[in-house]
Design a protein around this ligand. Structure first.
Ligand code: G16
Length: 543
């Protein structure tokens, strides 16, 4: 066994996006591509010598190979110990939980989240800091900067280690502990939720269905729902994690989680359905013939938090990403707590959670979480909902109907134009940026523009500023259209159009969402000239 210093040259495209570096598997398989990025992580970290880091991924294609490379590089870079999930597996929330529980220095999480996997799919890598959360921009910028000047990387020359047995091994001076990827996470869930009450619910007439989409939560969901909570065997569908997610797109929304949607919107539908994504941090909540928007889900969890043991003493505040609807703001106002509006990206919640300014956080992109870890957490959200259903005895639809009655309804939808040409998509955004100053006061039918800007965020804790986070166009009646380019896609560009309107009149709450938002959908086209720039008449995904 010896340390090899290998000469390399930089790649110019290693700038982390919304959540780490995501590229096609074939890009990561280029000689030195992964190694350069991993060495850039180690080079950008101060004082990581002798420290403990956590390592694991969502099990997608290339996970195992990447884990072996990273272990050997960690040993060559003087890391003291690596805690690695058995089989190289750790869901994103479990990785965050393990970093916190073991007080590790940080962690490397391998995932391209909801992007498809397999040989022709995507792979990804991100660095998480001591608090268990995604590295803030200061660190991702430092990693990117190292990647632009890298000249060599260090790697231990040794055999692969056995990842499939719980054990403690060594690579040179470095210890490698292969840990159970599920146990620490499942234990944490038991401290937050009333498992006895949920067990009672699941063992009665209540029927539920959990779709793991052949991704990482299969193992976690079976252990938690079927083994610990006594749900019927088979409650977890698509529960065997596969390297290519069975050829599916592990994004829990109405389009990609169609197996589950067909069941919940079919005859004899169960009472409750939930899906999670590739790495287990996203969730979709369904009732019998009923879809809960992620924005509404955050609002419902906020309003009902004190019914759940882990949150019974109340919330310090709530936070949502800018494009997420203002439904949670209304609950926060009633509770007398702050609601923070951050840019898209879970990393922006970290400081608020650390400073105890917010207890719950959520995003329109099917992400909800709390201060129990520093990532969004799919199965946590499912348990939170089950706990509320168990305590109230209401159906999902009743909970939402009652909620809208109290707070009014924020109709909400996101229209995605995926894989459009990058240049024109950027031109569309530049044009909107350019005209945004002239928009206030302009009329579109019965709507008058109240404000228009490119969202900028100043972190209330460390004062860091993030500009150009999406064009917001607000109307005088409280409606809003937001335009953003996704920071997680790997092909061309994805234009996201977020549409929201507010309705206080209960008699109009049952209107179909796309119908309620039709005037805004038409205005989005009129203002942004989507067809002209993307050549698309329709979005590819509507959620
Ligand atoms: C990541 C981020 C989320 C973000 C989402 C979508 O989620 O952690 O904060 O909302 O991407 O980002 P974008 O609109 O830029 O594609 P995940 O689940 O992909 O890690």
């Amino acid at each position: 066994m010896s340390i090899n210093t290998v000469s390399t040259t930089p790649f110019s495209d290693q700038k982390p996006g919304t959540s780490g570096l995501r590229k096609a598997v074939t890009v990561f398989q280029q000689p030195n591509y992964l190694e350069n990025f991993v060495q850039s992580i180690f080079n950008s970290l101060e004082d990581c010598q002798g420290k403990t880091i956590v390592l694991g991924g969502d099990g997608r294609y290339y996970n195992r190979q990447a884990i072996q490379i990273i272990l050997k590089m960690a040993a060559a870079n003087g890391i003291g110990k690596v805690l690695v999930g058995k089989g190289g597996i750790l869901s994103t929330p479990a990785a965050s939980a393990v970093i916190r529980q073991y007080q590790a220095f940080g962690g490397i999480v391998l995932s391209a989240s909801h992007n498809p996997g397999g040989k022709d799919g995507d792979f990804g890598i991100k660095y998480n800091i001591t608090n268990g959360g995604p590295a803030p921009e200061k660190i991702t910028e430092a990693i990117f900067s190292c990647s632009k000047t890298i000249t060599n990387y260090k790697i231990f020359e040794t055999n692969d280690i056995d990842l499939d047995k719980l054990s403690i091994l060594r690579i040179g001076e470095m210890a490698v502990e292969v840990i159970d990827p599920v146990e620490p996470y499942a234990k944490l869930m038991e401290t937050l939720f009333d498992f006895a009450k949920i067990r009672q619910l699941l063992q009665g007439n209540f029927k539920m269905c959990v779709d793991s989409m052949h991704a990482v939560t299969g193992t976690y969901a079976k252990e938690i729902f079927e083994n610990r909570l006594g749900a019927q065997p088979g409650t977890v569908m698509n529960g065997v994690p596969l390297e290519d997610f069975g050829g599916g797109h592990p994004d829990p929304n109405l389009v990609y989680a169609h197996d589950l949607v067909d069941i919940l919107f079919g005859d004899n539908a169960p009472d409750f359905g939930a899906a999670s994504d590739g790495d287990g941090d996203r969730n979709m909540i369904l009732g019998n013939n009923f879809f809960v928007t992620p924005s509404d889900s955050l609002a419902v969890l906020t309003a009902n938090a004190t019914l759940v043991p882990g949150y019974k003493s109340g919330l310090t505040g709530v936070a949502r990403s800018m494009p997420t609807s203002a439904a949670a703001d209304r609950v926060a106002a009633k509770l007398g707590i702050n609601c923070y509006e951050t840019p898209t990206g879970w990393k922006f919640f970290g400081n608020l959670l650390d400073a105890d300014k917010a207890t719950l956080c959520g995003e329109e992109s099917f992400g909800t979480g709390s201060n129990h870890i520093r990532e969004k957490d799919g199965l946590w959200a499912v348990l939170f909902w089950l706990n509320i259903l168990a305590v109230t005895g209401k159906s999902v639809e009743e909970i939402l109907t009652d909620h809208w009655q109290t707070y009014g309804r924020n109709f909400y939808s996101r229209h995605d134009y995926e894989e459009v040409a990058k240049e024109p998509a950027m031109e569309l955004m530049d044009r909107l940026r350019g005209i945004s100053k002239e928009l206030p006061g302009q009329k579109f039918g019965s709507y008058t523009v109240d404000y228009a800007d490119d969202f900028s965020y100043t972190d209330p804790i460390d004062g860091s500023v993030s500009n150009k986070q999406g064009i917001r166009i607000g109307f005088t009646d409280g409606s809003r259209i937001v335009f953003r380019l996704s920071g997680t896609g790997t092909k061309g560009a994805t234009l996201r159009v977020y549409l929201e309107s507010y309705e206080s009149d209960v008699s109009k709450h049952k209107v179909e969402t796309q119908t309620a938002l039709k005037p805004l959908i038409e205005m989005a086209e009129e203002i942004a000239k989507i067809y002209q720039y993307t050549q698309r008449k329709e979005p590819t995904v509507i959620t």
